[in-house]
Design a protein around this ligand. Structure first.
Ligand SMILES: [Zn+2]
Length: 261
């Protein structure tokens, strides 16, 4: 009778550990997108900032061009005046004005060239970033589709496993099932282990002799007092001295999983 229960539990363990693995995967898979989305947001932010900068530079160029034209007009006006001057003094004053206007014109022209070059570089940079954004968006779209597909497949697999689970669980004690699920979840998929020479093969701790005898008798479902796994006895595998007992009782493995009890 108990032998059958242990067999069912072992079958259930296979199904449950697969189920939990898939569950974990399904939670992890979408996280791949987080990093890519964060990168995209950073790119977009940088693009907006640079684009604002580009607009400011354009405005500045307009201003410089305006000043240059003004200086040009002043120079032309002064040059025309040259034809009508009467005195040396007037000539000198006008000549000075022309020189100043020419200098201003020249300064503005140099500044304009510099600013236009900057603008050109920034525009090229913006174009590169725009392409990068498009590429990243495309990548995210593809990744999203891939993830959707993968989650759908995993979902199907999960359904199949749930059906298998439904076939195994009838007749098993609800409380045992509840505990068993939790052990498998917390003990990396292993919730039922055989004992060897009075030692739990799950955590390698020595079991009290009386307790080991109870396991051996196979009359009830017993949980390892150290790692909480269900224990069973396998006659053909019982080989004295095969396992080295470990006496220290505190590593992660030994944490009690039934903290609500
Ligand atoms: Zn144990």
């Amino acid at each position: 009778m108990m032998h059958e229960v242990f067999e069912k539990l072992r079958d259930l363990q296979d199904v449950l550990s697969k189920k939990f693995d898939i569950d974990r995967d399904m939670k992890e898979i979408p996280k791949i997108l987080t990093t890519k989305t964060e990168l995209l947001n950073r790119l977009k932010k940088s693009y907006i900032e640079k684009n604002d900068d580009l607009q400011r530079k354009k405005e500045r160029i307009k201003e410089i061009r305006h000043k240059m034209q003004e200086a040009e007009r002043n120079r032309e006006h002064s040059e025309q005046q040259m034809d009508v001057i009467k005195t040396q003094r007037e000539y000198e004053a006008l000549d000075k004005e022309i020189k100043i206007a020419k200098e201003k014109e020249e300064d503005s022209r140099k500044l304009l060239q510099k600013e236009e070059k900057n603008l050109e570089e920034l525009a090229a940079q913006l174009e590169r970033e725009e392409n990068l954004i498009k590429k990243q968006e495309e990548e995210i779209k593809n990744e999203n589709n891939r993830i959707k597909h993968e989650l759908k497949e995993k979902g199907k697999l999960l359904k199949t496993l749930e059906k298998e689970e439904e076939k195994i669980t009838p007749g098993l004690d609800e409380e045992i099932l509840f505990k068993f699920e939790r052990i498998i979840k917390s003990k990396a998929g292993v919730g039922i282990v055989p004992i060897h020479s009075g030692i739990c093969t799950g955590c390698h701790m020595i079991l009290p002799a009386q307790f080991a005898n109870e396991v051996r008798s196979g009359e009830s479902i017993l949980f390892c007092p150290h790692c909480s796994r269900i224990l069973f006895f396998q006659e053909d595998e019982e080989m004295p001295g095969e396992f080295e007992p470990i006496y220290s009782s505190h590593d992660d493995e030994e944490d009690e999983v039934f903290d609500d009890e």
